[in-house]
Design a protein around this ligand. Structure first.
Ligand code: Y12
Ligand code: CO
Length: 172
């Protein structure tokens, strides 16, 4: 089932997500619904809070060289913890909860991540470049943070002005 995406400035995006303790079929159905919601919106990453569920769950599906996002390469990440981080990288980020806005954001170039899968099994993952960026972006959602909060004061002001104008136009 496709779930509606919560869009900025909705206050629910500020919620701190809770640890997952039960890895049951309800969680599996929710993960499948997140996948459907992300794919039908042309996303490559989605956190549970973006579909109004404040639990520490995120998914990432990076396109391959041909631009295809296969279900086999879908990464389901539950209760993530960044164990170590290295370097710095800039990338033009976008977010399904902030439609139509893209901005260069600085992240760690590589991270080491501990997380659980849909069955509660613990995994370690070394991620770099785009995967590392996507994971950091989604993990910040679990902390109630959006990438626009990393903008400088002047870029943030410019964004707020343009975004509000666009929201008004879309209401007409
Ligand atoms: C690198 C940087 C950021 C991430 C986080 C995941 N972000 C997304 O999946 C963003 C998707 C997105 C898709 C949109 O829709 C279309 O392009 C059709 C979109 O559209 C509009 O804003 C109109 C915006 C964002 C992962 C990796
Ligand atoms: Co996002």
């Amino acid at each position: 089932m496709k779930l509606p995406i919560v869009v900025y400035p909705d206050k629910r995006l500020k919620e701190i997500s809770k640890e997952v303790a039960v890895f049951d079929t309800a969680l599996h159905t929710f993960l499948d619904d997140m996948y459907e919601s992300m794919m039908s919106s042309n996303g490559i990453g989605l956190a549970a809070i973006q579909v109004a569920n404040p639990i520490r769950v995120l998914i990432v599906s990076l396109p391959d060289e041909e631009g295809n996002q296969s279900k086999e390469s879908l990464l389901e990440v539950i209760n993530p913890r960044i164990v170590s981080s290295k370097g710095s990288i800039f990338y033009q980020e976008g977010c399904l909860s902030v439609p139509g806005f893209y901005e260069d954001i600085e992240r760690f170039e590589s991270i080491e991540l501990e997380y659980q899968d849909r069955y509660g099994e613990v995994h370690m993952l070394e991620a770099e470049e785009l995967l590392s960026i996507a994971l950091q972006h989604e993990i910040e959602h679990l902390q109630g943070k959006l990438f626009i909060e990393k903008l400088s004061y002047s870029r943030r002001k410019k964004f707020e002005k343009e975004y509000k104008k666009k929201l008004k136009e879309n209401k007409k």
